[in-house]
Design a protein around this ligand. Structure first.
Ligand SMILES: [Zn+2]
Length: 372
C-alpha cells in the first residue's frame, strides 16, 4: 500500500494511515454528528454534536489501532518482527516480516486482535451500564464505542481467510493436519464459500427486499474472496520457490538477435525457435528485448528494411535480475509489474532469461510431483 502517510512510530512500529481512511473518518464523524447523536441525545447544539462525532471517531480509530497492536505485540513476543501497521478503509493491517512458522504461534498472534477488541467492548460497556446515565451525549458515545468494538471482534472472527477468524481456523486445521499449505487451502475454501454466501445474500437483499445495504455485503464478499485467493497463491509461490535462486530457473542456452537484423529476419527467428521474445545483443553489449508485440510497431511491408533496433524495448525499460536473486521475490515482482519476462545479467553481461511461463510450468511440475 503506497497511498499512505506515516502518523507516528509507537513502540518501534511505524503507524501509517492510508488516504482511504480519511474518507471513512469524515463519513463516520458526519453520520454520528448529523444522524446518530441527535436521535439518542436530543437538544444539543451542532457544535456539541460535531465535537462528539469527531472525538468518538478518534476513539474508534484508537480501538482499531489497539486491535492491531494486540496482534503486533504478541507477534513480537513470539519472535516475528512487525514492519508496520497501516490503517485503511476497512480497519487495519499489521504487516509481519514473516508468516508464523507453527500453528500455536499463529493462533496466539491472531487471537490477540479480536480479544483486544472484546476487552475494549467490555470495559466501555461496563462503564456505560454502571456509571453513566443514558441520554447524555458522553454516555451514548461510550456505548457506541463499546458496540462497534463488539462488532469488530465478531466480524473479525468470521472464519473467512484471511480474516482473523479464518486464520484461527487455519491454525487449528494446521495443528491437527500438520500441513500448512493444505490447511491454508481448506481455510481459503471455507472463506470462498462464505464470501459467495455473503454476495448471494447481498443480491437477495437488493433484488428481493430492495435494500441497498446489500451492496456492502457484495463488496465485502468480493474483497474477502480476492484477498483469500491472493494470499493462497502467494503462499504457493513462496513454498514452491523457497530457497531457490533465479539462476536455477532461468534458461541459459539463449538465442539472441542483433540490433542490425531486419524484422524479416526476426520473423524467421520467431518461427524457427518458437520463443515469445529474444534478447537483443551485439558483441558483449545487451541492447534490450524484442518480442512479437514489438514487431507490430512496423507495418508488414516495412519488415525487410526495418531494423530490430527501431522497435526493441530498450534495456532500461526491461526488468533486469541478478542470478543470485530470490526466486519467490522475483516471481511476485514480475506479477506486480505484469512483466512476462526478465533478463538476467551479471557485471553488465547477459547470462540468462527468465520468463513467467517457465516459472509457472515449474510450479505446476512441482505441485504434481509433491502430490505423488
Ligand atoms: Zn485482526
Amino acid at each position: 500500500m503506497n497511498n499512505s502517510f506515516r502518523l507516528a512510530v509507537i513502540r518501534g512500529i511505524p503507524v501509517e494511515i492510508h488516504f482511504s481512511w480519511l474518507l471513512i473518518f469524515f463519513l463516520f464523524s458526519l453520520t454520528l454528528a448529523q444522524g446518530y447523536f441527535p436521535t439518542v441525545a436530543a437538544n444539543q447544539t451542532s457544535t456539541v454534536y460535531w465535537t462528539a462525532g469527531v472525538i468518538t471517531t478518534l476513539v474508534l480509530f484508537a480501538s482499531v489501532l489497539l486491535h492491531e497492536f494486540g496482534h503486533s505485540l504478541v507477534a513480537i513476543r513470539e519472535g516475528i518482527p512487525i514492519r508496520k501497521i497501516t490503517l485503511f478503509i476497512f480497519g487495519g493491517v499489521a504487516q509481519m516480516e514473516a508468516e508464523p512458522t507453527n500453528p500455536v504461534t499463529e493462533l496466539k498472534v491472531t487471537a490477540a486482535g479480536p480479544l483486544t477488541s472484546l476487552m475494549i467492548a467490555l470495559i466501555f460497556g461496563t462503564a456505560y451500564y454502571l456509571a453513566l446515565a443514558p441520554g447524555l451525549i458522553i454516555s451514548e458515545s461510550i456505548f457506541f464505542v463499546a458496540r462497534l468494538n463488539l462488532i469488530m471482534a465478531v466480524f473479525n472472527l468470521i472464519p473467512a481467510f484471511p480474516l482473523d477468524g479464518g486464520r484461527i481456523f487455519r491454525s487449528i486445521v494446521w495443528l491437527f493436519g500438520k500441513n500448512m499449505l493444505k490447511a491454508t487451502r481448506i481455510a481459503v475454501g471455507l472463506g470462498t464459500v462464505l464470501s459467495f454466501l455473503a454476495m448471494g445474500l447481498g443480491f437477495v437483499m437488493i433484488f428481493v427486499q430492495g435494500d441497498l445495504w446489500g451492496l456492502w455485503l457484495i463488496f465485502l464478499g468480493w474483497m474477502i474472496n480476492q484477498a483469500g485467493q491472493s494470499s493462497y497463491s502467494q503462499l504457493v509461490f513462496k513454498e514452491t520457490f523457497s530457497g531457490m535462486k533465479v539462476e536455477e530457473l532461468m534458461s541459459t542456452n539463449l538465442a539472441t538477435v542483433s540490433p542490425d537484423d531486419t524484422l524479416e529476419e526476426l520473423a524467421e527467428c520467431f518461427l524457427h525457435y518458437k520463443y515469445g521474445a529474444f534478447p537483443v545483443v551485439y558483441g558483449s553489449t545487451t541492447h534490450g528485448l524484442v518480442s512479437l508485440q514489438n514487431m507490430k510497431q512496423a507495418p508488414r511491408e516495412k519488415w525487410p528494411e526495418t531494423r530490430v533496433s527501431r522497435v526493441l524495448t530498450p534495456l532500461k525499460e526491461v526488468l533486469v535480475l541478478k542470478p543470485g536473486s530470490d526466486a519467490a521475490e522475483v516471481m511476485m515482482k514480475m506479477a506486480a509489474q505484469n512483466a512476462g519476462r526478465a533478463l538476467v545479467m551479471q557485471n553488465g553481461e547477459l547470462v540468462g532469461l527468465l520468463s513467467r511461463t517457465d516459472m509457472m510450468r515449474f510450479m505446476q511440475m512441482h505441485m504434481v510431483l509433491r502430490e505423488e
